[in-house]
Design a protein around this ligand. Structure first.
Ligand SMILES: Cc1cc2nc3c(=O)[nH]c(=O)nc-3n(C[C@H](O)[C@H](O)[C@H](O)COP(=O)(O)OP(=O)(O)OC[C@H]3O[C@@H](n4cnc5c(N)ncnc54)[C@H](O)[C@@H]3O)c2cc1C
Length: 431
């Protein structure tokens, strides 16, 4: 009898953890053929993208090559971009694969499955605001984060030269959620580091960062106390925080805020997410208004029990009429739950329901501090944490992802190498 084929699309915070556990548990013993498809050859944990954008992350340490990881964990990796689904044939359609010059390397392909897990994450939602798609950078992928980093460095090269002695570098960030807030603090950190590497003329007071938020306060998804603490820290750093301010358009030269124009050389849009557009009406599956695929509490889609969805792409209702939030901890929990349900399905056992557990939220203000809340029975609800403890809790989120991928020993080795690299290598990317 043919062994069941489990196909995971998207090797991000949720998908890569799931493919790794499936490979270890089922692929190794030949109980299932596990395949992971991703549009990129390498993985970087998405919550680190703001550090890629500022050049403060050591990508060589934190990047995983899918093909090598797959071979060590008994699953197959295929490079490709999903564009469609044939539910009758149980096949996923992958776009033609092209090289850098646009030459076709592989024609459109179909990959078959018995069980499919969609873990393709989300993209920025600019709500069709004029000019945003053309002029703003999004932090949806490592390629976009790298583009921002190159433009930041080019701006520093230009403004550090005697030809531009007094010009400021204006950076506007739209959206004061976790991404916008963390990016603005990380940019201040990068500016200090750049001063150490020869950009002495480009003094810190020439870097003008503005964060624009339509809502009445920053970090709308977090408790008010944490938002207030983070707001205070940003103001201390000199970030211009504008709440209750709506961006109505973007041009090459800046943002239109109603009647006011905010000049900016670099603009980042980090205000809201949606699932990729091709998920809308995908092979008759049900969506919500953010294009997320609706799932049952078992994380199977409402219309096809062979298809599971995890992470940001899943429209998973909560009992209070809200949705499971698009966070790394949700993707991590869903990956663990779908692992259990897939094992149950293969063993002819019933599916169980997923229950979202909110363990709290943490916001890293780079080396200037970390604030957040921890939730749980131990602390009797939500407890605000700050400083060193918050920093440790923040780092442990990423360590948990690494442990899920590599196990404890390797994770410890990676963190030791990371520390050594901090001593022997430049503290940020300078090319
Ligand atoms: C800058 C930033 C900071 C963040 N900080 C935090 C934080 O501090 N805490 C927190 O909980 N969350 C944070 N988040 C949110 C968190 O990153 C996401 O909720 C989480 O990564 C979602 O996991 P996922 O597995 O659903 O998708 P992702 O991790 O985004 O992975 C999706 C994967 O699918 C691949 N893919 C996409 N489309 C296709 C396709 N068509 N075909 C093939 N492959 C495809 C992508 O290449 C990617 O590898 C942050 C996000 C950003 C951008």
């Amino acid at each position: 009898m043919a062994i069941p084929r489990i196909l995971v699309i998207g090797g991000g915070a949720g998908g890569l953890e799931l493919a790794t556990s499936l490979g270890n548990k089922l692929g190794k013993s030949g109980r299932a053929a596990v395949t992971l498809v991703d549009r990129n050859p390498t993985h970087i944990w998405k919550p680190l993208l703001h550090e890629v954008a500022t050049g403060t992350l050591d990508v060589d340490i934190d990047q995983i090559t899918y093909r090598a990881h797959a071979s060590a964990h008994h699953f197959e990796f295929q490079l490709g971009t999903m564009t469609g689904l044939d539910r009758d044939q149980r096949q996923v359609i992958l776009a033609p694969l092209t090289d850098e010059q646009g030459e076709e390397v592989l024609a459109e392909r179909r990959v078959g499955y018995d069980y499919l897990v969609l873990a393709i994450g989300s993209i920025s939602n600019h709500f069709n605001t004029p000019g945003i798609a053309e002029h703003c950078i999004f932090l949806d992928s490592p390629a976009q984060a790298n583009r921002f980093q190159r433009r930041l460095l080019e701006a520093y090269i230009k403004l550090n030269s005697p030809q531009h002695p007094k010009e400021n570098l204006n950076i506007a960030i739209v959206g004061a959620g976790a991404t916008g807030v963390e990016l603005s603090a990380e940019l201040h950190h990068a500016a200090r580091e750049l001063n150490q590497y020869g950009f002495n003329e480009m003094k810190r007071d020439r870097l003008k960062i503005t964060v624009v938020e339509a809502g009445p306060r920053i970090l709308p998804a977090l408790p008010e106390r944490i938002a207030a603490a983070a707001h205070q820290e940003l103001v201390k750093l000199g970030v211009d925080v504008r709440v209750a301010t709506k961006v109505t358009a973007a041009t090459e030269d800046g943002l239109q805020l109603g009647d006011e124009f905010l000049p900016a050389e670099l603009m980042v849009w980090a205000a809201g997410i949606k699932a990729p557009d091709f998920l809308k009406d995908l092979a008759g599956l049900e969506n919500n208004r953010l294009n997320q695929l609706l799932v049952l509490p078992t994380l199977q889609t409402t219309r096809d029990s062979q298809i599971y969805v995890i992470g940001d792409a899943a429209g998973c209702p909560l009992p209070d009429n809200k949705w499971v939030p698009p966070r790394a901890q949700s993707a991590h929990q869903m990956a663990s739950h779908v692992l259990k349900n897939l094992m149950a399905a293969l063993n002819g056992k019933p599916q169980t329901d997923y229950q979202y557990k909110d363990h709290g939220s943490l916001i890293s203000l780079s080396r200037f501090g970390t604030v957040g809340s921890l939730m749980g029975n131990l602390v009797g609800g939500a407890m605000m944490i700050e400083g060193r403890i918050a920093r440790m809790a923040y780092i442990s989120l990423y360590r948990m992802h690494q442990v899920a991928l590599h196990g404890w020993l390797r994770t410890i080795a990676i963190s030791v190498i990371g520390r050594i690299n901090k001593i022997i290598r430049p503290r940020l990317k300078l090319h």
